[in-house]
Design a protein around this ligand. Structure first.
Ligand SMILES: Cc1cc2nc3c(=O)[nH]c(=O)nc-3n(C[C@H](O)[C@H](O)[C@H](O)COP(=O)(O)O)c2cc1C
Length: 200
């Protein structure tokens, strides 16, 4: 059966190391699963309403705001695998990626019983996921990993792996010259696809 891969790119830059590493991941994934439908979204191209903490149960929708992001929330619900790829901005994921993550809050909408929030698990996903983080010389990924880790738990996504890359050059797409890193991302893509097929 056809598999669905969603790649969420949180970089504001075309030709970024993020984009290059995500491409390598996709190639690795496709090397194992040829019959894959890939949806690649560059969050920077979308007009995204930040989560308004509206407190409204959106079901049967995934969010009450039907903006540019909404179709990708549907892709997320249906994806067998999701890759989040983000630069590090002020120690965490980019603001583009944070907008996306916050808008997934209603994958798990609470019901209120006797004034207490009781979580309804109907919206929980059962997919797998991985992430790619690119930062400067500081090599600090812990805050971003906590954000993505929390998002995975919230949405029921099992973490399958990660690639981190740090560099000291300001040149766009510097990872192109780091063959080992390109290979690491390709290999992660292949491993993640293998994990999906071994479930069958
Ligand atoms: C607003 C902003 C904040 C940043 N903050 C950090 C940071 O806290 N730590 C870090 O290591 N790099 C930081 N950087 C550097 C980027 O993570 C780095 O340029 C990275 O290469 C971006 O990924 P890309 O090359 O794929 O676009 C920051 C860059 C920007 C634009």
């Amino acid at each position: 059966m056809k598999k669905k891969l969603l790649i969420v790119n949180g970089s504001p830059r075309h030709g970024s190391s993020i984009e290059i590493l995500a491409e390598q991941f996709e190639l690795g994934f496709r090397s194992v699963i040829a019959d894959v439908e890939v949806t690649n979204v560059r969050l920077n191209d979308l007009d995204i309403i930040p989560c308004q903490s509206c407190g409204v149960d959106p079901r049967p929708l995934l969010c009450i705001y039907k903006d540019d992001l909404y179709p990708y929330l549907e892709h997320l619900r249906e994806a067998d695998f999701v890759l989040l790829a983000s630069p590090i901005h002020f120690d965490t994921v980019s603001s583009q990626m944070k907008l996306f993550i916050d808008r997934c809050n209603c994958f798990r909408p609470p019901k209120f019983e006797n004034g207490k929030a009781v979580f309804d698990n109907q919206g929980i996903l059962s997919s797998k996921g991985a992430y790619i983080l690119v930062g400067g010389e500081r090599e600090k990924y812990d805050a971003a990993e906590r954000v993505i880790g929390g998002f995975f738990i919230w949405c029921g996504i099992t973490k399958t792996g990660k690639v981190t890359y740090s560099h000291s050059e300001d040149r766009l797409g510097s990872v192109k010259r780091d063959k080992a890193k390109l290979e690491e991302s390709f290999t992660l893509g292949a491993q993640c696809a293998n994990e999906l097929t071994s479930q069958l």
